[in-house]
Design a protein around this ligand. Structure first.
Ligand SMILES: [Zn+2]
Ligand SMILES: [Zn+2]
Length: 314
C-alpha cells in the first residue's frame, strides 16, 4: 500500500513536470484542423447571411455563433500570476455518481473519504486532468458552450478565486471533446497531461555517463520494459555529465518491478524513484506557475518586455 501511494504521488508530480512533446504536437495538429474547419464554417455562414428581414431569427443565430467564437464568456486574459494552490487539485467524481456506479450499500454507514473515492474511480477509468479557465465573465454562456459538446452529467466545475473556473470532465472522452471545443472557441486555459499518457520516470544510477543510450535502452527492454526516453543527467551548475540517467518507461502496471533490476550490460546498477523537485514548475510560454508549456493555451508572455510574444524573439 505504502509503495503504491508513493508511486501515485510521484506520478502526480509528473503531471506538471512531464513535457510530452508528442502529445502536444498531436493536440496542436488537431487544433489546426479544428481552426481550419471553424474558419470554413464562419466563411460559409457569412456568405449565407440572409438579406431579408423575414429571416431575422437566422441572423441572430449567426451572430450568436460569431460572438461565441470570440469567447464572450471570458474577459481578455490578464496574464496575472496564478495562485499556486490549484496545483495538485484533482478532479473527483461527485459522490452521488460514485455511489450509484459502485452500488455501495454501506454508504450511509461510512463517509467515503478522498482516498477511497480515488481508488474507486481509478478502477473504473483513469481520471482526466482538470481544465483551468481564467477570467470568466459569464458563467451561463460558459456552461452553454460546455454543454453544447458534452452532457450535463459529464463534468463538474468549481469556481476558484479571481473568477477562475476549474472544469472537471468525468471521462477521458469528455475531456478530449472539451479541449477541442475550448480550442475552437479560442478560450484561454491550461490543463495537464492525461494520466494514462504519462511516462513512468525512474533514475538509473551507477551507469557510466559515456555508456551508449541505445545500449541502455536495449538492455532495459530485454528485461521486459518499454522505454520511451532516456536522458543523461547533468550537474546543475557545471553541466558536466553525471553517471545517472532519467529513464522514462511507457505506462504499465509492472513498471515498479524495475526497482528490482540489479544489473544492466554487466554493470551493477540501481534504479530509484526520481527525487521530488521542491520548486514549482513554471510555464515557459505564459510564465505562470503550476503547469508546463505543452498544456498551456494562454498567450505568450515575454520575460524581457512583458508583451504577448515568445521571449526567444529578442
Ligand atoms: Zn502557460
Ligand atoms: Zn518581448
Amino acid at each position: 500500500m505504502i509503495s503504491a501511494n508513493n508511486v501515485n504521488i510521484m506520478s502526480d508530480h509528473d503531471y506538471c513536470q512531464n513535457n510530452n512533446k508528442l502529445l502536444k504536437e498531436d493536440i496542436l495538429s488537431e487544433n489546426h484542423d479544428i481552426l481550419a474547419k471553424v474558419r470554413q464554417i464562419s466563411d460559409t455562414t457569412n456568405q449565407q447571411l440572409p438579406q431579408s428581414p423575414s429571416q431575422h431569427i437566422q441572423v441572430e443565430t449567426v451572430n450568436d455563433l460569431e460572438t461565441d467564437l470570440d469567447g464572450v464568456w471570458q474577459t481578455v486574459p490578464s496574464n496575472k500570476r496564478s495562485r499556486l494552490n490549484e496545483n495538485n487539485q484533482q478532479c473527483k467524481k461527485p459522490r452521488q455518481l460514485v455511489t450509484t456506479e459502485t452500488e455501495n450499500r454501506y454508504d450511509a454507514l461510512s463517509e467515503t473519504n478522498d482516498m477511497e473515492e480515488a481508488d474507486i474511480s481509478d478502477r473504473q477509468e483513469v481520471k482526466p486532468p482538470p481544465i483551468f479557465i481564467p477570467d470568466i465573465s459569464n458563467i451561463k454562456k460558459m456552461i452553454t458552450s460546455i454543454e453544447s459538446v458534452i452532457s450535463k452529467d459529464d463534468y463538474t466545475y468549481k469556481l476558484l478565486n479571481e473568477n477562475k473556473v476549474k472544469v472537471c470532465p468525468l471521462s477521458i472522452s469528455s475531456y478530449r471533446t472539451l479541449i477541442h471545443k475550448l480550442t475552437e472557441l479560442k478560450v484561454t486555459f491550461h490543463t495537464f497531461q492525461l494520466k494514462q499518457d504519462r511516462a513512468f520516470r525512474v533514475v538509473l544510477k551507477n551507469m557510466h555517463y559515456s555508456t551508449d543510450i541505445n545500449d541502455i535502452k536495449m538492455s532495459i527492454e530485454e528485461q521486459g520494459f518499454r522505454v520511451r526516453n532516456i536522458t543523461n543527467i547533468r550537474e546543475f551548475k557545471t553541466k558536466s555529465p553525471l553517471s545517472m540517467f532519467f529513464v522514462d518507461l511507457e505506462p504499465a502496471q509492472y513498471n515498479k518491478e524495475i526497482y528490482n533490476v540489479q544489473y544492466l550490460l554487466n554493470a551493477k546498477i540501481m534504479f530509484e524513484p526520481p527525487r521530488k523537485r521542491s520548486e514549482v514548475v513554471q510555464c515557459k510560454k505564459c510564465q505562470q506557475y503550476g503547469h508546463t508549456k505543452a498544456y498551456c493555451w494562454y498567450p505568450f508572455r515575454c520575460v524581457k518586455c512583458g508583451k504577448n510574444h515568445d521571449t526567444v524573439l529578442h
